[in-house]
Design a protein around this ligand. Sequence first.
Ligand code: DGL
Length: 284
Amino acid sequence: MSLPTYAPALEKTSAPHSPVGVFDSGVGGLSILQALQRQLPHESFVYLADSGFAPYGERDEAFVLQRARSVLQTLLQQNQIKALVIACNTATALAIHVLRQEFPALPIFGVEPAIKPAALLSHTRRIGVMATAGTLGSAKFQELHRSLQDQAEFVLQACDGLADAIEQQWQQSDHHTVIKLCRKYLDAMGEFGSATHQIDTVVLGCTHYPFAKPWIQALLGPHVSLVDTGEPVARRVAQVLEDEGLLAGLDHTPTLQLLATGETRNLQSAAKAWLQSSQPVSKV
Ligand code: DGL
């Protein structure tokens, strides 16, 4: 991730006590919000699930960019956010460069598949990358991949339908579809384990996938490492907010707002399970 370019000052109504905006196509970004809340316990957050337009993973670039822009405008106008975390690999890959140009005064953070940390971790130098087709097909990811190609072999797997199945499992308690898809995509990637020709590290390159971690780990066995991005991104957000004088004061009472553009029940259930929050979800 490269550092965002900042305008000299944030001309706006937001202030250090304003919330940080976090968004994803659905519940996946809660895996990032969880890490943000741990790292920044005094901050207020507003989380928006773009459930009316999900999933993003198999949509084209113009669609994802238009959705990301519209979500950002909503969060700026209605919630006066002081920073935005795009808690979605697909939207980061396809839209962050444009949004940073269009909103130069706003700190905008993104997430990308953690293939750099994975290359440091892997002993066999064979690394699996699970992500959406949109992320893997993006110029941003391809550039990152090229830059690390001499360090390890990356087995790239587009997991069509997996984010959506994870989204739906909150209502239907249908873990069966999630497990079936995980098995299908892991089988397609090859052999896992710690022998030289085997994949010993798997990158969860979509923010929905950490919610399937127990099943993925069970299918892979205990000797394969799973890598995701929540904590490093949260540390980075904390550092930049501090550098920019944008951290909420220690006396600030943190709040959490939950918004959705479409159906609200998935976010309601997921927030309860993952953030222990019973905050009602508002439709925007
Ligand atoms: N959670 C998202 C990501 O990290 C998007 C999944 C989707 O909407 O397909 O890519």
